[in-house]
Design a protein around this ligand. Structure first.
Ligand code: SAH
Length: 218
């Protein structure tokens, strides 16, 4: 998602340090201190305008959430929504290109990772940019704790197929695969993202839950 550049975005982010972690690498291996508890930490990579993670944080107060977004002009939209709510103490936001995730989170620091409607990068020559490419899976494996899960949703069939293959080749195990999220039983607690609301009118939403099988170092 690219919104028109907002020249005030950086300044607005700086004005809200209770929600926006401006120097996230400073908290590497001690994100728990930000939340003042040892609850599990779940992250969303590419959170866009934030509906999903804001609602997740409200519904699950014993889980700490961190929303990550590459563009500050997008992150400020999520921040504005957040500021309209009563204070949510279990949610923080980071402006970060996930390619640098290893500089920010320590090994095993994250318990669950959400990828919602990631950019599909349909051209073959751009495959390495897809957030489920093995290049990224190797980073997720580092930061995820043992039994930590990746939960991925998309409306983009080719990206979903690519992701299944990529994760399978990476020796991940699939805990759940759903080929039509909005018309299947058992997903009543699904929280929709902005893209999901928009694109579910056009066709099915695909969803998977996966885990790294071999624990690193074994
Ligand atoms: N999750 C939201 C937005 C999906 S669009 C929803 O479902 O509605 C994908 C989002 O990922 C965009 O906001 C884009 O800016 C962000 N993004 C793309 N590449 C990224 C990267 N390398 N690191 C962090 N965010 C990224």
């Amino acid at each position: 998602m690219r919104l028109r550049n907002n020249p005030n975005a950086k300044q607005m982010l700086e004005q809200h340090p209770t929600y926006v972690i401006l120097e996230p690498h400073f908290y590497k291996n001690r994100f728990a201190t930000l939340f003042n508890n040892d609850n599990p930490i779940h992250i969303e990579i590419g959170m866009g305008k934030g509906d999903f993670i804001i609602n997740m944080a409200k519904q699950n107060p014993t889980i700490n959430y961190i929303g990550i977004e590459k563009y500050d002009s997008v992150l400020v939209v999520a921040l504005s929504k957040l500021l309209e709510q009563e204070h949510i103490s279990n949610l923080k936001l980071i402006c970060l290109d996930i390619a640098y995730v290893m500089e920010v989170f320590a090994e095993n620091e994250i318990d669950q990772l959400y990828l919602n409607f990631s950019d599909p990068w349909p051209k073959k020559r751009h495959a390495k940019r897809r957030l489920t490419h093995e290049k990224y899976l190797s980073m997720y494996q580092e930061i995820l704790s043992e039994n930590g899960k990746i939960i991925f949703k998309t409306d983009h069939r080719s990206l979903f197929e690519f992701s299944l293959i990529s994760m399978n080749q990476y020796n991940m195990s699939f805990l759940d695969i759903c080929l039509d999220l909005h018309h299947s039983d058992g997903y009543e607690d699904n929280i929709e993202t902005e893209y999901e609301k928009k694109f579910s009118k056009n066709g099915p939403i695909y969803r998977l839950e996966a885990q790294f099988i071999k624990w690193k170092g074994c």
